[in-house]
Design a binder for this molecule. Structure first.
Ligand SMILES: *Cc1c(COP(=O)(O)O)cnc(C)c1O
Length: 376
């Protein structure tokens, strides 16, 4: 019977903090107040303080956080928004939910994040078939910051808003500064498996702009600025008090948990022939530890036989999925690197509660496995 090492284990995250989380949930259940109350306000204040922004706004999911960011900036029908195809489908879905048209940029194959050169070319020569590009959503993927400086510079030159998608990068840094503090507004998913996760759906936005924060605070609840009076058309995307209290219990542990992820990554680095590239000046928080294999099915099978779970984030780029293919606009390269990556990438077990024995087992099996030989 081999040692079992799951790829992810949200239940282990709960068990590790069971007493604190149970107390937080019990506190809310006894309070008699379940939606948008003191816990939510306290979480927003604590999250903003941890991140280093003036404001944070809780909402119901990462998808909604992106939709609310776009709506808060006035971006919707008649606008195009650029992002990547190599991301959680939610990034692209949010653009269409907001009423805008996505245009998908290829990735830099070393870091798996938006290619700033292609983005700059698209901003300079936007596809004639598209409405004007009004925003860019760069995604900090797998726990690592994307190449923000040239993206921010190109967007500033063209008067285009930037919304960082930080759903996989809670605590990641660039030049010592946390991602989510570089753009007008940033969106975070707080889904259970993220570096900071609730035990249900949750999301958050962060900004230094008080007026934008107030507008989004209204948009998330029917557009109410005052109770029962909608100032504009809003949605229902509230953070509930149980999830807010759970997030408050978990937030103080996030930095230590990110450090544990980094220690696991350092151990894997010794066991794989081609460790994931780290961007200079970036603090990588390893939401995922992703390697490449030219024979991925064989490597997965081999690891599975040793009790080791793996996953692929993501097996089909958004522009090749049935809901989007032959329909969404792509940059001039046709997202070739995104397609290639999707065939070779493999996410190893990664969550802070992995034991040293589990990590050692994965390392031992990786050191003896074949089927890496990445092609670049
Ligand atoms: C998880 C994720 C989302 C979506 O978050 P939900 O909370 O599931 O709506 C968006 N973008 C990225 C990059 C993600 O990883």
């Amino acid at each position: 019977m081999p040692m079992i090492v799951p790829q992810a284990d949200p239940g282990a995250g709960y068990r590790a903090l069971r007493a604190e989380i149970d107390a937080a949930v019990a506190r809310v259940l006894a309070s008699g107040w379940y939606i948008l109350g003191e816990e939510g306000a306290a979480f927003e204040a604590e999250f903003a303080a941890w991140l280093g922004t003036a404001h944070a706004i809780g909402c119901a999911s990462g998808t909604d956080a992106l939709v609310l960011a776009l709506r808060g900036l006035g971006i919707g029908h008649g606008c195009a928004v650029a992002t990547v195809s190599h991301t959680a489908v939610a990034t692209v879905a949010a653009i269409e939910i907001a009423g805008a048209v996505p245009v998908l940029i290829d990735i830099d194959p070393l870091h798996y994040t938006m290619d700033p050169v292609e983005l700059t070319a698209v901003l300079e020569h936007p596809p004639a078939s598209l409405p004007p590009i009004r925003a860019v959503i760069p995604v900090h993927l797998y726990g690592q910051a994307c190449d923000l400086p040239p993206i921010l510079a190109a967007c500033a030159r063209h008067g285009v808003a930037v919304i960082e998608d930080c759903s996989q990068a809670h605590g990641a840094t660039l030049g010592g500064r946390k991602v989510g503090t570089f753009s007008e507004i940033a969106a975070f998913s707080l889904y259970p498996t993220k570096n900071l996760g609730a035990l249900g759906d949750a999301g958050a936005l962060a900004t230094n702009d008080a007026a934008l924060a107030a507008r989004i605070g209204a948009l998330r609840q029917y557009g109410w600025q005052e109770r029962y009076v909608s100032a504009e058309r809003g949605i229902n995307s509230r953070l509930d008090e149980v999830q807010a209290a759970i997030l408050r219990a978990r937030l103080p542990h996030l930095d230590a948990q990110n450090a544990r992820r980094q220690a696991i990554a350092a151990a894997y680095d010794e066991a794989v022939p081609d460790p994931p590239a780290r961007r200079a000046a970036a603090g990588h928080v390893f939401h995922q530890y992703v390697i490449r294999s030219t024979d991925r099915p064989a490597l997965q099978t081999r690891l599975r036989a040793e009790g080791i779970g793996t996953a692929v984030h993501y097996p089909v780029p958004v522009h090749r999925q049935p809901a989007y293919r032959n329909r969404v606009a792509l940059g001039p390269s046709g997202c070739r690197e995104s397609e290639k990556a999707s065939e070779e990438i493999l996410s190893l077990p990664m969550f802070p509660e992995l034991t040293d024995a589990q990590v050692a087992h994965v390392c031992e099996q990786l050191s003896t496995a074949r089927g890496f030989a990445p092609e670049r």
